[in-house]
Design a protein around this ligand. Structure first.
Ligand code: HSE
Length: 441
């Protein structure tokens, strides 16, 4: 039986989960791969109470794992993008395959790392970087490979989804209070702004977009908006209008003016109103879900746990199994496991469409003077900017004010920006106008 030695760098939640899953399922993995896969070397600053390290080599310096000639595949599970970047480059330089759960590393440095890996004939696998235990990389790279993908939309940050779900179900707990709970439960990243300001989701969506469309990784061009401005009141009004507020990552190929002409790719992460009847609306708590719209399969959806030791380890071990299946047949053929699923020379840079040029419906909520003719003035401004109203509710507020919450028809975002600016300057409008995009899938 071919022996495949795994080196694990980092023994936190994902590292310890991977170590233990490889142990627990050793027989099942051997049945599936025909190889004897085992962890031979672990690099970690300190031991993990849940891992019995008595039969493996342990180093306090993770680079000892990368430089160990016995190790065939390095699992980079330390996170971050300084030491991790060096570590992965050195592993590739040493001719080792890499499996990583590091979304920031792939989103920001992936193109460079894939080039280095291609030159060395090794692979970088990253299923665990996106949506934890959901095999969405496999779905895009393999299961849906026969399709042209039109769009991908997903709930890809569990912490944000947990916060929005809790705010919605409690009805009276604000963003700050629920964020504190998410941190206590261990859902949020070390720096929670990565979760609540959409950066974590932006890393994941960057990678999904490249897998879907064969475009270079373009994290810098992403439009990113988090959930920290979402209020319980807006969640309530959205509910009355028939929607839930979800934090979505959306990437879409936009048709140009001629057939077969592509205008570019949308790349955006932001809170979104989704009709209650649609599947993405039903995804609550820390769960993740990714929907893919493609030409032959139509719309498909993938749902599961987006974080945690077991689900993330499941994705890491799935990648290890893929690599070892190929290695056991022909150790020089692992480049067949193509990193982004497209032939490297066929990757195609497309313009990233500016957010102001994207088209969606909008939720607007504004407080106005409760006087006759005010509503007419508001709707006149909207219609002057080509904005039609799909549905609307009005409520009495205190001190002679009224609350208007409405959903527009589809419109170019630039028009909404201009209309909101105009409305905001009117003497009959009080306070800030809330504006949230609305999408139907
Ligand atoms: N903090 C991330 C989340 C963990 O909440 O989804 C998984 O990437």
């Amino acid at each position: 039986m071919t022996k495949v030695n795994i080196g694990i760098c980092g023994l936190g939640t994902v590292g310890s989960g991977t170590f233990n899953l490889l142990r627990t399922n050793v027989a099942e993995i051997a049945r599936k791969t025909g190889v004897d896969m085992a962890v031979s070397h672990v690099g970690c600053r300190r031991d993990h109470p849940d891992c019995d390290l008595s039969h493996v080599k342990v180093s306090r310096d993770v680079f000892d794992v990368v430089n160990d000639p016995e190790v065939h595949i390095v699992c980079e599970l330390i996170g971050g993008d300084d030491v991790a970047l060096e570590l992965v480059k050195q592993a590739i330089g040493n001719g080792k395959h890499v499996v990583t759960a590091n979304k920031a590393l792939i989103a920001v440095h992936g193109d460079e790392l894939f080039q280095l890996a291609n030159a060395k004939g090794v692979s970088i696998m990253f299923e665990a970087a996106i949506a934890g235990g959901i095999p969405i990389v496999k779905a895009l790279r393999e299961g849906l490979a026969g399709n042209q993908v039109h769009w991908v939309a997903g709930i890809i940050n569990g912490t944000s989804n947990f916060i929005l779900s809790e705010m919605e179900s409690a009805g009276n707990r604000g963003f700050e209070e629920v964020l504190k709970q998410a941190q206590e439960l261990g859902y949020a990243e070390a720096d929670p702004t990565f979760d609540v300001e959409g950066i974590d989701a932006a890393h994941k969506l960057t990678i999904l977009s490249s897998l879907a469309f064969g475009v270079p990784l373009n994290f810098a061009a992403m439009y990113t908006e988090g959930i920290s401005e979402i209020t319980v009141e807006d969640i309530g009004y959205a509910d009355e209008l028939g929607f839930k507020i979800k934090h979505l990552g959306i990437t879409r190929k936009v048709q140009g003016s001629k057939a077969d002409d592509v205008a570019g790719v949308e790349l955006r992460v932001h809170p979104t109103l989704v009709p209650k009847a649609q599947m993405l609306s039903q995804v609550s708590g820390v769960m993740n879900a990714v929907m893919v719209g493609s030409d032959a399969a139509g719309a498909t959806m993938y749902y599961g746990a987006g974080a945690g030791a077991g689900p993330t380890a499941s994705s890491v071990v799935g990648d290890l199994i893929d690599l070892s299946r190929v290695m056991s047949k022909d150790s020089t053929a692992t480049h067949l496991v193509q990193n982004l699923g497209f032939v490297p020379d066929a990757m195609q840079a497309l313009p990233i469409i500016d957010i102001t040029e994207t088209v969606s419906c909008f939720y607007l909520r504004l407080k106005v003077h409760d006087d006759s003719g005010v509503l007419a003035r508001i709707t006149t401004v909207l219609s002057e900017h080509g904005i039609g109203i799909d549905s609307m509710i009005q409520k009495d507020a205190t001190s002679g004010r009224a609350l208007i919450a409405l959903v527009t028809d589809s419109v170019v975002e630039r028009n909404v920006d201009e209309a909101v600016l105009k409305l905001q300057s009117m003497d009959v409008v009080d306070g800030d106008i809330a504006r949230i995009r609305v999408e139907m899938f």
